[in-house]
Design a protein around this ligand. Structure first.
Ligand code: NAD
Length: 298
């Protein structure tokens, strides 16, 4: 029997979006300032096309000025850098996002580091990473996925995680590492696990908070979970399934929702958990970038 709370990321994201929309209208009315988001996509990756379209739609829904630059898969690195330089110097744009992954001939690090740290709403610039890991978050941009996870954890456990063990599975720069930094800042005792961790199930079993960001469907099962833990599933694994003779795309998380929800206090579903929060935090970061650009508090 499932006892766990189903953490409704979709509902929380909708609530936050409403607040962002209201604050955007206020910013325009009181300061004549409209947050602007530029999304750059290079190539034809179908999943990236969907993400970018959704980001643009959401930005417009919040009342932002929203532009999309779709570049050919063969665009040279110099041309990408030239566009980013233009956007860095465009006063109407407060947030710049380059959709990953990039085509193989482009260097991801050079491109992400060319975005002005003040417009880096993805939080991937070394300046923002440094601010986050040193606890100087007053004007830092925190990567959207871990920022969204943190809000959902706070809802369940409060903002002070003193005395709690948190285990992050996955050590990517986009999710695992910034997630660990945020949990540490909230005073949790943090362990980061990865592909070379021994006895992963045993380590996870000690955790009051589990964040799975691996990319392996249903890897974390109920037998790994300490009773009463809060479990956040970041994983997005796509598979093709046949429904009434039609092939459909299905999303599965890294957490086996059914068995985990028999043991945990609360679990995020996939879809409808972390995903909707990620895109909302992008809007939050863009509004914040606009406010900071005008010297307003964030
Ligand atoms: P990544 O591939 O960069 O990192 C995966 C991590 O998992 C690595 O650190 C690796 O060491 C670890 N790992 C791999 N196999 C493991 C194993 N057997 N045991 C323990 N650890 C193992 O991935 P990422 O970019 O961090 O993304 C992780 C997952 O989260 C993916 O499914 C991705 O699609 C998803 N994701 C979702 C969102 C969202 O908004 N919901 C955002 C970003 C990523």
């Amino acid at each position: 029997m499932s006892n766990a709370i189903r953490i409704d990321g979709k509902a929380k994201a909708a609530e936050l979006s409403e607040e962002i929309t209201a604050e955007t209208a206020e910013l325009l009315e009181q300061h004549g300032l409209q947050p602007g988001l530029a999304v750059v996509i290079i190539g034809e990756d179908p999943a990236s096309q969907v993400y970018v379209r959704n980001k643009g739609k959401r930005a417009e829904g919040c009342g932002f000025y929203s532009v999309q630059h779709s570049l050919d898969a063969g665009t040279s690195q110099d041309d990408v850098l030239k566009l980013i330089d233009e956007l860095n110097n465009d006063d109407k744009i407060h947030g710049i996002l380059v959709q990953l992954p990039l085509p193989d001939h482009l260097d991801e690090q050079t491109i992400t580091q060319s975005i002005s740290p003040a417009k880096d709403v993805d939080g991937f610039h070394f300046i923002n990473i440094g601010k986050l890991t040193s606890g100087n978050t007053a004007d830092a941009f925190v990567p959207c996925t871990p920022a969204g996870c943190m809000l959902m954890i706070e809802d369940q456990l409060g903002a002070d995680l003193s005395g709690l063990n948190a285990v992050v599975i996955g050590r990517s720069n986009i999710v695992g590492k910034p997630m660990a930094a945020l949990l540490l800042q909230a005073h949790a005792t943090v362990t980061i696990c990865h592909s070379r961790t021994r006895d992963l199930a045993g380590v996870v079993h000690e955790a009051d908070i589990v964040i799975a960001a691996v990319g392996r469907p249903n890897m974390v099962t109920g037998s790994w979970i300490k009773p009463g833990a809060v479990v956040i599933d970041v994983g997005i694994n796509r598979s093709e399934v046949e429904v009434d003779g039609e092939t459909k795309s299905k999303l599965t998380g890294d957490v086996d929702y059914d068995s985990v929800s028999e043991v945990a206090k609360a679990v995020t579903p996939v879809p409808g958990g972390v995903g909707p929060m990620t895109i909302t935090m992008l809007m939050f970061n863009t509004l914040r970038a606009a406010r900071l650009s005008a010297g307003l508090d964030s």
